[in-house]
Design a protein around this ligand. Structure first.
Ligand code: WQD
Length: 337
């Protein structure tokens, strides 16, 4: 029986870890990736981790309609998981047109092709950033979204609105929106992990490069927030927990028509200093840092209410910050990045 799942961006950070969990759950990911922000070697590593060969990989752009037609004709996917997209907040402020074109056009191309091939199960990689700055954590799925402070976040918000309108127009779709908090860490094998091009924007990959000696010191963006130690609080979630959340969503809601929205977070907020302390403990490396001014657009605190995914998907995050920093450090030490 066909258990093909089309995974766009399937060689990227979240996508690759989700492919590992899909295979472990008995599915066959059909990986589509343009390799704009990842390496083709991740494909072989997914197969090595899972001991499954012949996992289809198609190099290409999700906007290429002919390519999508060929993929849907050949593989007849049961569902689509859509990870492909541009995701750097800072870059989106510099290049808004690129972000609107890429993130919106890929999604619309995909949804129209799904319509044409009567594939009506869609899982979308969204982000807690859609909660914007007007909501007070713990963040709950039915809170008002949209007060977003950057083009990247606005593309996620706009796509959620597109999906809500599609649900209203075509009730037979199963549409699941997964709002990620802060994905960190790496597969326990240390064969895949976060491998951003250039200098990382996000906290943990930046700390990792300081720990490895590639960068000299961490800049902590402000310690004057209204938090216990003055530094920003976020809900860090191990990427493997996040990946398992996608499989849970597919299995519990993938065949249930309707619009399903879930936070994928731990429900636990940690400060920059707490993350730094954990990284020092697991790596055994002292991380030099300086305190600088706040980063534009940053919130003091953002963390999930994780109840709905636990109640409806039977999923919750299992790994703690020690696991996250240890797996991140093992990935950096592995030399596989
Ligand atoms: C975390 C904390 C910073 C870097 C971003 C995106 C969001 C999502 C996750 C995709 C904050 C502080 C960071 C550094 C620091 N991505 N920090 N020095 O901003 O919560 O969310 O990534 O969906 O959309 O906005 O994550 O890791 O950048 O920052 O002090 O060099 O670490 O101020 O408090 P963020 P982050």
């Amino acid at each position: 029986m066909n258990k093909n799942i089309l995974v766009t961006g399937g060689l990227g950070y979240i996508g690759s870890h989700t492919c590992v969990e899909l295979i472990s759950a008995g599915y066959t990911p059909i990986i589509l990736d343009d390799l704009s922000n990842c390496k083709e070697s991740v494909h072989a590593r997914i197969q090595t981790i899972t001991q499954k060969n012949n996992i289809p990989f198609v190099r290409g752009d999700v906007c290429n309609r002919n390519l999508l037609d060929n993929i849907f004709s050949e593989y007849k996917p049961l569902a689509v998981m859509h990870f492909a997209g541009s995701k750097a907040v800072g870059e989106s402020i510099q290049k808004p047109l690129l972000y609107y074109r890429n993130n919106l056009e890929t999604t619309l191309s995909l949804l129209e092709t799904m319509q044409n091939y009567n594939v009506k199960s869609f899982i979308f990689s969204s982000s807690a950033t859609v909660y914007g700055e007007d909501n007070t954590p713990p963040l709950v799925e039915d809170m008002k979204t949209g007060s977003v402070t950057n083009p990247y976040g606005r593309t996620k918000y706009m796509i959620e609105e597109i999906l809500k309108d599609l649900h209203i127009a075509e009730k037979d779709w199963s549409i699941t929106i997964l709002r990620y908090f802060n994905p960190v860490g790496a597969d326990a094998s240390a064969m895949i992990g976060e491998d951003p091009n250039g200098v990382p924007n996000n906290l943990m990959p930046y700390i990792a490069k300081v720990a490895s000696g590639e960068l000299s010191e961490l800049k902590i963006f402000g310690n004057d927030y209204n938090t216990a130690d003055g530094t920003g609080i976020r809900d860090y979630i191990h990427v493997t927990d996040l990946a398992k959340g996608h499989v849970a969503a597919l299995e519990k809601k993938g065949e249930e028509s309707g619009l399903h929205i879930y936070n994928l977070g731990t429900g636990n907020g940690l400060s920059v200093m707490e993350v730094l302390k954990s990284y020092q403990e697991t790596s055994g490396v002292t991380i030099p840092y300086i305190i600088t001014g706040r980063r534009d657009g940053d919130l003091a605190a953002s963390y999930a209410c994780a109840d709905k995914a636990r109640q409806e998907l039977g999923w919750s995050a299992k790994k703690n910050i020690h696991d996250m920093t240890l797996d991140s450090w093992n990935w950096i030490k592995s030399g596989n990045s």
